[in-house]
Design a protein around this ligand. Structure first.
Ligand code: NDP
Length: 337
């Protein structure tokens, strides 16, 4: 049983030395337990937070323990009445080949409907995040302008497409020309801008001649700086993530603009609301699952996964995720299905 554990708490960007690969015996399920074989492991930006012991909404991973993470797994052995060998389940087995479970929290998946790995993306946590953040906090109206960054990623690609389904104008932001072409051709956005361009702020202003009504915040930093002056009165900002800050060790250089930001919030009567998807919206999961499954069946949602083979590649893939190297929802294929 291979396990990738947390070896040390990173200062700044994580490195391969912050993780360790261990071999342990495959555990044996006792009465009431199942042994799960990990098939797919989801890699997500929140895992950077779990590597740190700074106070947060969830406990950190302890040094020496396997990294946490959502998985799509198969029942390898069962001493539990509700699970048969071969069943597909959504689990939280973490970065390892095998895990024991008493069945609590496991969700059975039907692999004949959609590829089982979709439960980690479009039909799972990232899709749910996009759906609730955009619709419950962003509340886009037809004809309004939505700006979303990391727009080809797991969450952003769904925000962009749900925004279009709701009749809004969607201005996407992504890193590089390939990602931007993809967003225009496959996600149906009205414009896509490369945040690495020197004149990014000018491009954004030009792409949003009527200002910005909804800014789906996932990155912070320079993107937020460019968005702020363009926000309209009554703008809504679902604060979903701040990925450009996750590896930061100090405040950025430059003048303190907090007063300016608060002034804009006041004068423009903006709504700025953070949310943690399952803590805040678990009770509305069915609403999302119903809509998203229907859109997917009707071919209204395009979904791109980046599947990387082998558990030992998770470390490098995760480090890359925090630097924009992924293209689509990042998933590790840990075992054969
Ligand atoms: P993605 O698949 O979008 O991957 C991360 C992307 O972030 C990268 O591909 C890159 O895209 C972009 N990025 C990385 N660094 C920077 C930077 N410095 N400036 C601008 N963009 C950057 O990840 P997810 O869709 O899984 O997550 C997106 C966001 O949503 C994250 O902030 C995450 O923490 C948050 N989130 C929050 C949840 C909640 O409950 N609040 C739940 C799930 C996710 P590009 O190359 O296009 O710049």
């Amino acid at each position: 049983n291979r396990q990738l554990t947390l070896a040390s708490r990173p200062v700044g960007a994580p490195t391969v030395n912050d993780f360790a690969l261990h071999e342990t015996a495959i555990p044996t399920p006792q009465s009431g337990e199942v042994l799960l074989r990990t098939v797919f492991l989801s890699l997500d930006p929140y895992m950077r937070g779990r590597m740190s012991d700074a106070k947060s909404y969830a406990d950190p991973v302890a040094i020496g323990q396997p990294m946490v993470g959502g998985t799509v797994s198969r029942v390898h052995a069962s001493h539990h009445p509700d699970f048969q060998v071969g069943d597909w389940v959504l689990s939280y087995s973490g970065w390892q080949d095998y895990a024991l479970s008493n069945g609590e929290g496991l969700i059975k998946l039907d692999p004949t409907q959609v590829p089982p790995s979709y439960a980690l993306g479009v039909l799972g946590m990232p899709g749910f995040t996009a759906y609730m953040g955009l619709l419950d906090i962003g509340k886009p109206q037809p004809g309004e302008t939505i700006v979303v960054a990391a727009a080809t990623g797991a969450v952003g690609s769904m925000v962009a497409q749900i925004g279009k389904l709701k009749g809004a104008k969607v201005v996407a932001i992504a890193g590089g020309t390939d990602k931007c072409s993809y967003a225009r051709d496959n996600l149906g956005v009205d414009a896509c801008l490369d945040h690495k361009a020197d004149d990014f702020a000018e491009q954004l202003a030009k792409a949003c001649p009527d200002g910005i009504d909804v800014y789906f915040e996932s990155v912070g930093g320079k993107v937020l700086d460019a968005v702020l002056p363009l926000l309209n009165t009554g703008a809504r900002i679902p604060v979903c993530g701040l990925i450009s800050q996750y590896n930061a060790t100090a405040l950025p250089d430059g003048p303190d603009r907090l007063g300016q930001l608060m002034g804009s919030i006041l004068v423009k009567r903006m709504t700025v609301k953070g949310f943690i998807i399952f803590d805040d919206y678990a009770h509305r999961y069915n609403e999302f699952a119903q809509d998203m499954s229907q859109w997917l069946n009707e071919g209204k949602i395009h979904y791109r996964e980046q599947i990387v083979d082998e558990l030992d590649q998770a470390t490098q893939a995760f480090i890359g995720l925090l630097q924009g190297e992924n293209f689509g929802k990042l998933v590790i294929r840990v075992g054969d299905d």
